[in-house]
Write a protein that binds this ligand. Sequence first.
Ligand code: FAD
Length: 430
Amino acid sequence: MGDDEYDVVIVGARCAGASLAIRLARAGVRVCLLDRARFPSDVPSTHGIQPAGVAILRDLGCFERLAARTDPIERATLVVDDARIEFEGATELLGAPMLNLRRGVLDAVLLEAAETAGAEVRTRAVVTGLCRDGGRVTGVVTPDGAVRARLVVGADGAGSTVARLVDAAKYCRTPAERVFLWSYFEGTEHPPGHVWLGRIGDHGYLASPTDGGAFLAVVAASRSRRDEVLADRPRAFAEGLRGWPELEAVVASGRRAGPLHTVPDRDGFFRPSAGPGWVLVGDAGHVKDPTPGQGISDALRQTTALAPVVVDGLGPGADLDEGLRRWWSWRDRDAWAMYWFARDLGADGPVPLLTQEVMLRVAADPRRREMLLKVLNHDLPPNGLITAPLALAALGGALLRRPGHRRRLLREARTAAVDELRHLRPPRAA
Ligand SMILES: Cc1cc2nc3c(=O)[nH]c(=O)nc-3n(C[C@H](O)[C@H](O)[C@H](O)COP(=O)(O)OP(=O)(O)OC[C@H]3O[C@@H](n4cnc5c(N)ncnc54)[C@H](O)[C@@H]3O)c2cc1C
């Protein structure tokens, strides 16, 4: 092998790319990990990491270093309009705490672990093209020359260059329904290791302490108010916080540190994610509405499943492409139910009356409260909690409690039932 020939070249060195590089390099695979960014650096994203993702970070040997930068989160307040759930004991129920760390911290720790594991790391290296041999991808092109490999991994985010170069067109797209606004605050008075998640009125919320002693507060405004929100973002952010007074009080106890960040357009999609000599992982292959905070854990889960497929597929006589196709099919099945759940959680406008009624029933029942946390942690499919009997009971209760909203409730129930049937299974991947 020459200097620029590897078993695997990975484009994108953040949670998807670096976590895959760690696993492959530890298995003895010769890996080159490229990213055009300079590290440490941030990405336009908030960063609540679900316990399932934290468990993978622990498995990768990164947890101690990350937990030294902020208190692990064991307690949560979840609010959906009048339904309120206080929860304590994430590790006991879900096997790990949540973490909330800026990407400048998380990605740098992963990148260092990849380098320590033996991956060749090249930052500020832009991939501009692919090498091909017949119909097969055999490497990447950078301004400094080609890097050849038996497998090219696109871990290069939602705007993936690798996806564009292999013509991986999006399928099952869903439009962005929220404008995300967030900022960091210093000197706030708040309990340690606590996260607030909510949908109140027209707004979505995520807030918790993060690294460096800062407090993160996110307001997600409805897309139908997009122009008004973008015309005066500080006003829209302040107005959003007013919708959850206890959160507003935490923020008001400190002072803002840094700018107000905005992401106005975040479409959901899947992309064909495997082909001859290439695979797409993390946001490059699939993006869902960020409201339930799944993307980082998704990337970590996907690379956990992908690494052994690559190791086996590189073995003598193995069919790497077939293994990758199966992994892609697994990725779609794994992401499918949560994709639509996230779309519903992030939907434009106020929470449907029927959902409010379901959530009141969940909040009133300790077993269902725990199930909701398992759904958010990707341990339980959403229809394991929101079963047909629960939905019917909620509909009956809502019709009695809100006789003036009969037509609206029946319309919501019909939409939910049709959606459930339409989204029973993902399309066949490959
Ligand atoms: C507003 C918002 C809020 C979110 N909040 C959360 C949350 O709270 N919790 C959560 O889990 N997820 C959240 N997400 C989702 C999360 O940010 C993504 O799922 C996650 O970043 C995906 O990681 P990745 O490694 O696949 O891609 P990315 O983090 O996007 O990394 C891709 C890397 O590829 C590099 N790259 C791109 N093109 C090239 C090229 N041509 N050559 C070389 N390098 C290249 C980039 O420089 C970048 O470093 C949020 C997303 C948004 C937009």
